[in-house]
Write a protein that binds this ligand. Structure first.
Ligand code: WTA
Length: 633
């Protein structure tokens, strides 16, 4: 199938697409694209002329086929004994009611809607309600700060925001509504106003009475939505009309709004789900990702639902109330397919095997991982201890931008190697380039690029097609540039090495160094900051910040200042961007033209100062000694 997908992509994807419902067929050829900036603007189109709707494919089609009673979600709350079951028919009704509500407050085809919610069934339902009526959803992970949320709202300018009163993560309650209120205050100072905030009353996390409400703007979800009919017409969408935006960190500037469209994304997300998890109708699938990330889009809301899968939706953290929670959930719901991130695997591994072996886990069939390179030790533990050596591991490499799995094993078909994402999925033609941009044949290491368009490729960056071309297509003209380093071994297997740009992968989440630097400099005493990744035993990479204080400061300053700086970053971006180390830097290593030499900072951060290399090009080579003296202070 892979050979066919590369030699005749039109025929291959045309055949695959026949298993979906299309209101209107596409015109041939199936794909039209230009990846080469030298030949004109970058443009990617699939299934031109066709019309479909993802929600119809994810819900109505299954209900119409008589599967309305099949469970869509087994929801497992943060605390033990909080649970609910939603069938496909019930979900269809809920989604339709919500879609009708959205229409009643003015949401139309093409409108933007921001979603800031915890992992409750209403979150994927909200995404599906938008898709049903052609509204473009932008889900913001409900761990981002008010300021991050405000930035994303200001970029897409929705008139409606969907949220919940609060959420509990482990033992800690978080007042989501208060964060939304703060964000909207900031938004209003920038001349945009959100007309409606629909608030899900999450009774398990907060008392309704304690939630502040803005008269005329805020509405309780349960009161408003239930009054709407459970029938809602489908908005048939052109294959290239937008489905969603999702903001992700880049190496510079503010987060980028990655835009995905309808037809290609649907085919990509659903087809990868089907093959990569070898999906069968009696499977119980559990993906631990939050819908605030691309994994939750493609492998909670869309891919599994379009396949009619039954899934577990977990609101909490796998170590609450204890380190056995994940395996307890596996046994409780007889999970067959489990999909998580290396950081979670390493965290659970650190509690010891007894927490795992105390549960049966006999239902497990396939284990998946995503988000960052998985170290072979964690891979082996996942395989041998969690899966009792029975379950293939699918190490899936892909990105927000790619929409769906790109390099991944097919369970049962691909011989596995611990730590390698193995081989490309159907239709994906990777290449490895050297520094000069020349393609390396056979074995070798360099920059990972993709040679031809695949269906679920993003189409543009929100409002900035220029940045889209510059970031992904101008680096090596003719190729899609992934931003990842990669090695290909003598068997043709791909080994992802990590980001080659200024993006840090913290627990599988992308954080731009520039964003953290920008946040640090919001503290009145911070003059300049330079942030680099550092190896971290659980998180994969941690955030290491060199901070220069305002002129006149004595080093080291009082210890509280570190706490204040860390708190500033948490306020500005969110807890996921918490710096692990603050290293005082009276001066930063800069070239004579003023460019910070991050290579040197990376070596200092990882305690490899014996490998600093040539420092003679520094404007002031003595800063290195000063930095080394201030380590740990
Ligand atoms: C990294 C997450 C190695 C990579 C789906 C990529 C991985 C970035 C893997 C995208 C993997 C993701 N092995 N590295 N299996 N999966 N990555 O956009 O650096 O949040 O570029 O998408 O995560 O992160 P994003």
């Amino acid at each position: 199938m892979y050979q066919q997908s590369i030699s005749n992509p039109d025929a291959f994807w045309g055949d695959i697409a026949k298993s979906f419902y299309w209101k209107k067929e596409w015109q041939n050829p199936v794909r039209r694209y230009n990846f080469d900036v030298r030949k004109g603007p970058v443009k990617i189109e699939w299934f031109v002329g066709a019309e479909t709707n993802l929600t119809y494919n994810a819900l109505d089609r299954h209900v119409e086929a008589g599967h309305g009673d099949r469970v869509a979600f087994y929801w497992e709350g943060n605390d033990l004994n909080e649970q609910s079951v939603t069938t496909y028919k019930q979900l269809l009704d809920q989604v339709s009611q919500l879609a009708n509500y959205l229409k009643s407050v003015g949401v139309k085809k093409g409108s933007d809607v921001t979603i800031y919610m915890p992992m409750i069934p209403e979150l994927p339902a909200a995404m599906l309600a938008c898709a049903r009526i052609g509204a473009v959803h932008s889900v913001v992970f409900a761990g981002f700060s008010a300021e991050s949320l405000a930035g994303r709202i200001l970029d897409s300018k929705p008139t409606v925001v969907l949220t919940a009163s609060a959420v509990k993560r482990g033992a800690k309650p978080i007042n989501l509504k208060a964060i939304v209120d703060d964000a909207l205050k900031k938004v209003e100072t920038q001349d945009h106003s959100v007309k409606t905030v629909l608030v899900f009353d999450h009774k398990l996390a907060a008392q309704r009475e304690s939630v502040p409400f803005v008269e005329g703007r805020d509405v309780w979800w349960q009161d408003a939505v239930a009054q709407h009919p459970t029938q809602c017409d489908i908005e048939w969408m052109g294959a290239e009309e937008p489905l969603f935006k999702l903001y992700t960190s880049g190496s510079t500037g503010k987060p980028k709004g990655v835009e995905h469209t309808t037809g290609g994304y649907m085919v990509g997300a659903a087809t990868t789900f089907k093959y990569v998890f070898d999906y069968r109708p009696d499977d119980i699938y559990w993906c631990t990702a939050d819908c605030g990330w691309i994994t939750g889009h493609s492998y909670v809301t869309y891919g599994p639902m379009i396949n009619g899968a039954t899934q577990v939706l977990f609101e909490g953290v796998p170590t609450h109330p204890d380190a056995g929670r994940a395996w307890d959930i596996v046994d409780k719901y007889k999970v067959t397919l489990a999909y998580t991130a290396p950081t979670a695997i390493r965290a659970l591994q650190s509690f010891g095997n007894d927490w795992v072996t105390k549960y049966s886990r006999a239902s497990l069939r396939i284990l998946g991982t995503v988000g960052e390179p998985i170290n072979p030790e964690a891979w082996k533990w996942y395989h041998e201890v969690v899966g009792d050596g029975r379950c293939p591991i699918v190490d899936t490499w892909w990105q927000t931008e790619t929409g769906a799995h790109m390099i991944t094993p097919l369970p049962g078909a691909t011989t596995l190697k611990p730590g390698s994402a193995t081989l490309p999925f159907f239709g994906v033609e990777p290449a490895i380039l050297n520094e000069k941009g020349e393609e390396i044949q056979g074995e070798g290491e360099g920059y990972l690029v993709i040679k031809q368009a695949w269906p679920s490729c993003m189409r543009t960056l929100s409002g900035d097609h220029n940045r889209f071309e510059t970031t992904y297509f101008k680096v090596y003209p003719g190729f899609y540039f992934t931003g990842d380093g990669c090695r290909r071994d003598s068997d043709g297997y791909y080994w992802l090495i990590g980001r080659v740009d200024d993006v840090i992968n913290v627990s599988g989440h992308r954080i731009g160094t520039a964003e953290v630097e920008g946040a640090l400099t919001q503290h009145p005493r911070c003059a300049e900051a330079a942030v680099v990744p550092v190896e971290h035993p659980i998180k994969g990479q941690g955030i290491y910040a060199f901070v220069t204080l305002m002129v006149g400061t004595e080093y080291p300053p009082p210890p509280e200042l570190k706490k204040e700086l860390v708190a500033t970053v948490r306020d500005v971006i969110g807890p996921i961007a918490t710096p692990d180390v603050i290293h005082w830097a009276p001066g930063l290593p800069k070239t004579r033209s003023g460019k910070i030499m991050r290579r040197i900072l990376r070596k200092i951060a990882s305690k490899e100062e014996d490998q600093l290399g040539d420092t003679s090009t520094l404007a002031d080579p003595s800063v290195v000694q000063t930095l080394l003296q201030l380590r740990g202070q």
